[in-house]
Write a protein that binds this ligand. Structure first.
Ligand code: NAD
Length: 499
C-alpha cells in the first residue's frame, strides 16, 4: 500500500501524526494509498519554513518570478498525460476531463506571468511642493489554501499561481480524498526553479485546517469546498484577523425558454448535468423549462440522451461519458437523496438506481437519473446533490423561472437558453448569481476574468483568478515623500482646500 507524504521544504516528508485516511480508486473501490493527516506540529514546521523562505522570494525581481511560472507552464504541458492519469485514478473522472482540470489550472499560471505588469503601483508627481505620492502592492507573506476533491489540479493552481507570482509563500492543504496531484504540482514548480519552501503541501483534515486558521504567521486563507465548511473557515479566519476568501456549494439552474433550440438545450443539459458525474460546482442540476409544451418536448428529448450515457472507468478512454463518484459515502448520499425525491413526489423519468458495471461491482458508480415535476419545497431541489441527477422544475412563465433561481440560497452559476435578445439581456441584468451563461451551459470565466458566485456560494469580496487574485494576494501601501528642495521652497504639505 502506497503511503503518501507531505511536501515540506522541497522534500517528500512522511506523516508523523500516526493518523491516515484512505485514498480510493473509485472505479474499483479499492484503497490505493494512505494519506497522512498532519498534526498542528507538522503544520507549524511548514509555516516556519515558509516564513524563512518568503522574504528572498518577495525581493526577487517580478520578471524573474514570472519566468519560473513560464517554465512551470512548459512542464505542465510536458507532464499533462501523467498528471491526468494520476488524477483520474484518484478522482474517477474521465481522462479528457482530468486533462481539462490540469489545463484550466495551467491557464491561470499562464495569466499570472503578467505579474510584473499587474503589480505596478501608482504615482502622483507633485502632490504638494516637492512632494510625490505613490503606492505599491506588497505580498502578504505566508499564505494558505484549502481545496476540494473535485478539481485536484485546477483549484490549487488557481490559488498558488497568483499567490506565488505576487511574492508570497503558499501552503496548500489539498483534499485528503485526492492528494497525489497536488504533490506532483509542488515537485514540478520546484523543477521550474521555485526556491524550496515557497510552495509546500501539507495533507490533512480539520486538525490541519484549524492549525492554519489559528496560526499567527499565516496572513490569508483561500478555501473552496462545501458551504458549511466555507462558512466555518470564513468566520474563524476573519475572527483571527486573516484575509479570507471562501467559495462554497451550488445549485445551478438552466432556464429554457419556449423559443430556445431544444436540441441544443438538451445536449447542453446532458453535458452540464452529468459530466464528471455531476461533481462540478458549475454543473447544471436544475432545468427550468418555461411552459408545459416546452417542458414536455424537453423531457422527451432528454430521456433518450440520458439513457444513452455511458458510465465507466477512466481506463475505457473516450468510450465513457462519466466515471464513478469519489467515495462510497458520496454514492450513498446521492442514492439517499434520490430516494427522498421519490418519497416527496418527484417523478423519476430516468431511473439509474439499478446501475451496475460488470467487473467493477465494488466501484462507486452511480447511474444517470432524471427527475421531472420537482417542486421548490423538495429536498432534491434545496440541497446540492453533487451527483449525476438532474431535476426538472416546470415554470409557467419567465418571471416564475427567474424567481426560482433568484430565491435559491446558492448563486454560483446559471444559464438561459433563448433566441430572444431582450429576455437574455433582462436575465443577465437582474439575476443575483455570479456567473451567467447565455446559450452557454457552464459559463466558467477564463483565467483573465474572475470566478466567483454570490449568496451562499461565496464569502469574501474578491473573486478567484483574474485581476482580483492580484488584489487578494497583495496589500497596498501608499507613500508620501518630500525631498529637501520641497522643504526649501517653504512647502508644507497640507490637504488642498477649495480656492
Ligand atoms: P468539503 O467541504 O468536504 O472539503 C473541502 C476542504 O475542506 C477539504 O480540503 C477538506 O479536507 C476540508 N474540510 C472538510 N471538512 C472540514 C471540517 N470539518 N473542518 C475544516 N476543514 C474541513 O468539499 P468537497 O466535498 O471536497 O468538495 C465539494 C464541494 O466543493 C461542493 O459543495 C462543491 O460545490 C464545492 N466546490 C465549489 C467551488 C466553487 O468555486 N464555488 C468549486 C469546486 C467545488
Amino acid at each position: 500500500m502506497q503511503e503518501l507524504t507531505h511536501y515540506i521544504n522541497g522534500e517528500h516528508v512522511k506523516g508523523t501524526s500516526g493518523r491516515f485516511s484512505d485514498v480510493f480508486n473509485p472505479a474499483t473501490g479499492e484503497v490505493q494509498a494512505k494519506c497522512p493527516l498532519a498534526s498542528k506540529e507538522e503544520m507549524d514546521k511548514a509555516v516556519a519554513v515558509a516564513a524563512a523562505a518568503q522574504p528572498a522570494w518577495a525581493a526577487t525581481n517580478p520578471q524573474r518570478r514570472a519566468r519560473v511560472l513560464m517554465k512551470l507552464v512548459s512542464l505542465l504541458n510536458r507532464d499533462m498525460d501523467k498528471l491526468a492519469e494520476a488524477l483520474s485514478r484518484e478522482h474517477g473522472k474521465t481522462l479528457p476531463d482530468a486533462a481539462g482540470d490540469v489545463q484550466r489550472g495551467l491557464e491561470v499560471v499562464e495569466y499570472c506571468i503578467a505579474a510584473p505588469q499587474m503589480l505596478k503601483g501608482e504615482f502622483t508627481d507633485s502632490a504638494g511642493p516637492g512632494i510625490d505620492m505613490y503606492s505599491m502592492r506588497q505580498p502578504l507573506g505566508v499564505t494558505a489554501g484549502i481545496t476540494p476533491f473535485n478539481f485536484p489540479a485546477m483549484i490549487p493552481m488557481w490559488m498558488f499561481a497568483p499567490a506565488i507570482a505576487c511574492g508570497n509563500a503558499f501552503i496548500l492543504k489539498p483534499s485528503e480524498r485526492a492528494p497525489s496531484v497536488p504533490l506532483m504540482l509542488a515537485e514540478l514548480f520546484e523543477e521550474a526553479g521555485l526556491p524550496k519552501g515557497i510552495l509546500q503541501v501539507v495533507n490533512g483534515d480539520k486538525e490541519a485546517v484549524d492549525a492554519i486558521l489559528y496560526d499567527d504567521t499565516i496572513q490569508s486563507v483561500g478555501f473552496v469546498g462545501s458551504t458549511p465548511i466555507a462558512e466555518y473557515i470564513y468566520g474563524t479566519g476573519c475572527a483571527q484577523g486573516k484575509r479570507v476568501q471562501c467559495f462554497g456549494g451550488a445549485k445551478n439552474h438552466m432556464i429554457i425558454m419556449p423559443d430556445a433550440d431544444l436540441d441544443q438545450a438538451a445536449d447542453a443539459l446532458v453535458g452540464a448535468g452529468y459530466g464528471a458525474a455531476g461533481e462540478r460546482c458549475m454543473a447544471i442540476s436544475v432545468a427550468v423549462p418555461v411552459g408545459e409544451e416546452t417542458a414536455d418536448k424537453l423531457i422527451e428529448k432528454l430521456i433518450p440522451r440520458v439513457e444513452a450515457l455511458k458510465v465507466g472507468p477512466y481506463t475505457a478512454g473516450t468510450d465513457v461519458d462519466y466515471g464513478p463518484v469519489v467515495t462510497a459515502a458520496a454514492k450513498s448520499n446521492i442514492e439517499a437523496l434520490v430516494q427522498t425525491g421519490i418519497d416527496q413526489g418527484a417523478k423519476l423519468v430516468v431511473d439509474g438506481r439499478d446501475f451496475s458495471l460488470q467487473g467493477y461491482e465494488e466501484g462507486f458508480f452511480v447511474g444517470a437519473h432524471l427527475f421531472d415535476n420537482v417542486t421548490p419545497d423538495m429536498d432534491i431541489y434545496k440541497k446540492e446533490i453533487f451527483g449525476p441527477v438532474l431535476s426538472t422544475v416546470r415554470a409557467q412563465t419567465y418571471e416564475e423561472a427567474i424567481g426560482l433561481a433568484m430565491d435559491h440560497e446558492y448563486g454560483n452559476g446559471t444559464a438561459i437558453y433563448t433566441r430572444d435578445g431582450d429576455t437574455a439581456r433582462d436575465f443577465a441584468n437582474r439575476i443575483n448569481i455570479g456567473m451567467v451563461g447565455i446559450n452557454v451551459p457552464i459559463p466558467v470565466p477564463l483565467a483573465y476574468h474572475t470566478f466567483g458566485g454570490w449568496k451562499k456560494s461565496a464569502f469574501g469580496d474578491l473573486n478567484q483568478h483574474g485581476p482580483d487574485a492580484f488584489k487578494f494576494y497583495t496589500r497596498t501601501k501608499t507613500i508620501t515623500a518630500r525631498w529637501p528642495s520641497g522643504i526649501k521652497e517653504g512647502g508644507e504639505f497640507s490637504i488642498p482646500v477649495m480656492e
